[in-house]
Design a protein around this ligand. Structure first.
Ligand SMILES: [Zn+2]
Length: 323
């Protein structure tokens, strides 16, 4: 017991240092677009092709706070018009990033995740320390989808599911599990500001690269989204469990990603200055084709989880909500 007590303080300090260098990021780029490729093989959704857009009316059960800046928007049509389940899911899979969770006081620990948005979209683990409400938020939206379905409101059933899937997908992003390899954190422990910028550089350049593959419809990436198999649904204990599991396996790729990023992007990524390769006209991938290929493969390992966990969440919802 005394040994455990002795460990708590140093672990907590490392935790603070670790988490305080996390940028409040939005995780994968283009949730909705990437999800549209996952949904191509979810044929059961096609029968939901005539859903009436209804006005939000869940104040009685949707009791967790929204950001004061958040406004509900209807992007695919007006209230009373028709839409489809696939359209709702792909339109609103990005909605939790639209100012829904900013400027809130949720937890004293939210400072360690870059604020309330980071707190609700992430789930960091170090030893037994866990920070972030990502998995719980996925469960929260899933439970509301169930209520909407019981009320006979298919529009909000799928819109709440879109919000839930966003959180599950966020948790498959490696840099949302840990911001940098532990060895790097220790080596920079007295230069936290520097570490913060370097960790952000790795995180944002990875997302930029990933976003470009999807936006440029790289066939290898699209087939990963198309073909990834779901997890065994019998093992899924709850949506919270699914989110926690996603975070626990995704962060394992951070060390290998970090190494390749150093090789591919060169010293600029490790300078204590913000740098994005897409904004640097002097940067080019020329002559680095083999590194690009390795990077591609490494991110794809994590991005497969995006598809696997999205699919698992939807199929779990189909069974447990009765869709
Ligand atoms: Zn997010």
């Amino acid at each position: 017991m005394r040994k455990i007590k002795k460990l708590i303080v140093p672990m907590f300090i490392v935790g603070i240092l670790l988490f305080s260098c996390i940028p409040s990021a939005s995780a994968w780029s283009s949730h909705g677009l990437a999800l549209s490729y996952v949904l191509q093989n979810e044929n059961w959704l096609d029968e939901y092709d005539n859903i009436t857009i209804t006005e939000y009316s869940y104040e009685d059960v949707d009791t967790e706070p929204y950001s004061p800046d958040f406004v509900i928007r209807y992007l695919e049509g007006s209230i009373g018009e028709k839409t489809t389940a696939k359209k709702i899911l792909t339109t609103y899979a990005d909605e939790p990033d639209w100012n829904m969770d900013t400027n809130l006081e949720l937890s004293k620990l939210q400072i360690l995740t870059g604020g309330s948005q980071g707190y609700r979209h992430q789930y960091y683990g170090l030893g037994f320390l866990r920070i972030g409400a990502g998995p719980k938020r996925a469960q929260y939206w899933f439970d509301l989808a169930k209520i909407a379905n019981e009320r006979g409101d298919l529009y909000w059933t799928f819109r709440f599911l879109a919000r839930g899937i966003h959180h599950i997908e966020d948790l498959t992003c490696p840099y949302h599990g840990v911001p940098a390899p532990i060895g790097i954190i220790f080596s920079k422990i007295i230069k936290i500001g520097e570490l913060t910028t370097i960790a952000s550089n790795h995180h944002y350049n990875m997302e930029e690269f990933q976003g470009q593959q999807i936006n440029h419809t790289n066939p290898e990436w699209l087939s990963v989204l198309n073909e990834a198999e779901p997890l065994d649904l019998n093992k899924v204990r709850s949506v919270t469990w699914l989110g926690q599991y996603a975070a626990s396996i995704s962060k394992n790729n951070v060390r290998s990603l970090w190494t390749i990023e150093n090789e591919l992007f060169g010293e600029k990524i490790s300078n204590p200055e913000e740098w994005l390769y897409t904004e640097d006209p002097t940067f080019s991938f020329e002559g680095k084709e083999d590194v690009v290929e390795r990077y591609n493969e490494e991110i794809l390992k994590s991005f497969t989880n995006f598809a696997t966990f999205s699919r698992t969440f939807l199929q779990y919802a189909r069974i447990n909500i009765g869709l």
